[in-house]
Design a protein around this ligand. Structure first.
Ligand SMILES: [Fe+2]
Length: 409
């Protein structure tokens, strides 16, 4: 499990993880991946002014042993214990998938057009956005697992366009989980869609820089929420809730965010929700300078940030919403078979529905779907990385013909 610790707790033998969060949003996070081999190396990291570090407790010579098992159990217990109102799914994930693919395909085409329009003419198609967000909200209300699956398995290659769509899906799914009314879900979806539009003014050499940003470069990055706000504010159809949510998406609960170092209750609910959805998507997406992180690892990173970055209960509720094993995750089941999570259960986040496709030797078998909440004798043993097996999860969760039909860009 990934854990965030202070650099003063770092020890020789611990394995530091590159989360991909480091250089852009978290300049005080040390994240050159690898094991700490010497005391001199440890001291040097402290002296360079880094404050935090993420370590993988299963790697490296340092033994976290029982402490880590206890931490994992506490994490699972805390998520499972969160009370929720009845989590109704109007349609099954299979029935929703066809619609979700069409909506996601349209959304990607919209994001593509938006990017080029804003870059060339500073125009924003607000009518198109309104239709798109309404479709997203309705799909999420019917069954959020369909769009959440697509977020996790479909859009890795085109981060520039997919990020705003993914954040809109994640934010509206979370808003729906929190029982927000549909009018607020539409404001939330609109703010999520446009949250990073101000990045258009940030040079690509800074946005895609693989190394640590200089102080001056970070100051340029920090301007983008204000730029997004000014591009949207007072446009017809954009409410102050939307504009302020966009402005606040990098603020943090403890006041260490930007641009206004807001804290606690002064950050709007829309700003709080986009902030958590934004970090989840940044972690789980492949970027020019980093590989993606598996969804369940991204959630453990978000969990470890719960007391500093997020309002009490927000990180835990977000994890409960997407599931400890989010849709699209590749998992090893206790009978030795391997499959992909196809639907989460917020009443039982450790036991999602899994579509099993391989036997214990990774040989294809006649696929079957198992509801682990019903099949009490089975459980998830671990999460696997499809990239390690050269697998494309969409081959197993989505009809490929539908993908080709719905993705023109
Ligand atoms: Fe941002």
């Amino acid at each position: 499990m990934l854990r965030r610790i202070s650099v003063t707790e770092l020890r020789v033998g611990m394995y530091v993880v590159d989360t991909g969060l480091s250089w852009i949003e978290h300049p005080n996070l040390y994240s050159v991946e690898g094991e700490i081999f010497s005391e001199a190396e440890r001291v040097a990291i402290c002296q360079e002014g880094y404050k935090d570090v993420f370590v993988e407790t299963c790697h490296g010579r340092y033994k976290f042993s029982d402490v880590d098992v206890a931490y994992r159990k506490e994490f699972e217990k805390e998520i499972s214990a969160i009370a929720t109102t009845e989590d109704i799914r109007i349609t099954s994930v299979d029935d929703e998938m066809e619609q979700a693919l069409r909506i996601h395909g349209d959304a990607m085409a919209y994001a593509h057009r938006l990017h080029h329009c804003v870059r060339s003419r500073n125009c924003i198609d607000l009518e198109g956005a309104k239709r798109l967000v309404r479709d997203l909200v309705l799909s999420v209300m019917r069954n959020r697992d369909a769009l959440l699956t697509l977020v996790n398995v479909l859009s890795e290659e085109r981060y520039t366009y997919s990020h705003c769509i993914n954040v809109a899906v994640l934010a509206t799914s979370f808003g729906n989980f929190l029982d927000l009314p549909s009018s607020m879900l539409e404001e939330l979806g609109t703010a999520a869609l446009f949250h990073d539009i101000g990045k258009i003014v940030v040079p690509r050499s800074i946005l895609n820089k693989p190394g640590k940003l200089t102080e001056a470069e970070f100051e340029i990055i920090k301007r983008h929420p204000r730029e997004s706000f000014h591009m949207l504010n007072r446009r017809p159809g954009i409410s102050s809730n939307v504009a302020n949510g966009v402005l606040q998406h990098h603020e943090k609960y403890n006041g260490s965010g930007y641009p206004n170092r807001l804290s606690g209750e002064s950050i709007s609910l829309i700003g709080r929700i986009i902030s958590i959805a934004d970090v989840y998507d940044a972690l789980t997406s492949e970027r020019v300078y980093k590989r993606s992180i598996l969804p369940h690892k991204a959630l453990s990173i978000i969990y470890s940030m719960r007391e500093t970055d997020y309002h009490p209960g927000m990180a835990e509720r977000f994890i409960k919403c997407v599931g400890i094993y989010p849709p699209g995750s590749m998992v090893l089941v206790s009978n030795g078979h391997i499959g992909f999570v196809c639907a989460s259960r917020s009443d039982s986040p450790l036991t999602p529905m899994v579509k099993v496709v391989f036997d214990a030797h990774m040989l294809p078998l006649e696929s079957y779907t198992v509801d682990l909440a019903e099949a009490k004798e089975l459980s998830i043993v671990s999460c696997l990385d499809p990239a390690d097996y050269n697998l494309d999860p969409r081959m197993y969760l989505v009809e490929l013909e539908d993908v080709l039909q719905n993705y023109a860009v």
